[in-house]
Design a protein around this ligand. Structure first.
Ligand SMILES: C[S@@+](CC[C@H](N)C(=O)[O-])C[C@H]1O[C@@H](n2cnc3c(N)ncnc32)[C@H](O)[C@@H]1O
Length: 219
């Protein structure tokens, strides 16, 4: 999906994804210090701008395992961020990131494809790499609880988006996965419980009547 991901992301969420990427960071305390920040499942670096606005002097690392997504991320790094972002290609479920290292961990729209066991590994990994007193925040597209909104949203994501996907991409299959994953994921409550069980302090987030949910917290 890397060729059309950013455009489609904007359209599929009516531009809300940009707002949600700003909002999920609002849960964190800002700082001018040289904090170590890592953006997990960074994709093409869609969250870098709001992260850099919030942490202008941070050392930003960005991690993703997709070579194609990272090609776009490298382009963005060269063009807009003066190569200031350290891009790392790795699987977060088996990375060799340093322990007790990061002040801030962010992750936008990366949770929905993880199963139960992977979420447990993820939670332990966050606990391992985060400094004592460090913060994390996650956001994901979700199924709203209100039935009317859920019907409208499922029709839009499940039926309209694949058609738009065909127009942009020539193949609606990838975009059919969006609703498939979202309806299976439902919302971030379960992931949040898994993070709490791993020993992290967690609070829930909900944006636009539950069309995006997430959680944030500290170690
Ligand atoms: C939906 S995109 C989100 C991209 C970006 N964070 C955003 O806000 O749009 C999810 C990304 O997670 C990456 N990803 C999924 N599982 C991963 C894993 N286990 N380790 C590293 N990256 C992963 C995918 O390659 C993809 O780029």
């Amino acid at each position: 999906m890397s060729g059309s991901y950013e455009r489609m992301n904007f359209i599929t969420s009516f531009g809300f994804s940009i707002r949600w990427r700003r909002q999920f960071l609002q849960t964190l305390p800002g700082s001018d210090s040289t904090l170590k920040v890592i953006d997990l499942l960074t994709g093409m670096g869609e969250s870098w701008k709001p992260i850099k606005q919030k942490y202008p002097n941070c050392e930003l690392t960005a991690l993703d395992f997709s070579e194609e997504m990272l090609k776009h991320a490298h382009r963005r790094n060269d063009k807009t961020f003066e190569k200031s972002v350290a891009i790392k290609q790795a699987d977060i479920l088996q990375s060799n990131l340093p322990a007790d290292h990061y002040d801030i961990i962010t992750c936008s729209f990366g949770l929905k494809t993880f199963n139960e066991q992977q979420l447990q590994v993820l939670a332990h990994e966050i606990k391992r790499i985060l400094k004592e007193g460090g913060y994390f925040t996650f956001v994901e597209v979700s199924e709203p609880k209100n039935w009317l909104l859920r019907i409208a949203y499922s029709f839009y994501l499940g039926k309209v988006i694949p058609v738009l996907g065909r127009l942009f991409l020539g193949d609606p299959r990838e975009y059919k996965m969006l609703w498939k994953y979202t309806s299976a994921f439902k919302n971030a409550d379960h992931a949040s419980t898994i993070f709490a069980k791993a020993g992290l302090k967690v609070s829930s987030l909900s944006f636009f009547f539950g069309c995006a949910t997430g959680f944030y917290g500290t170690k």
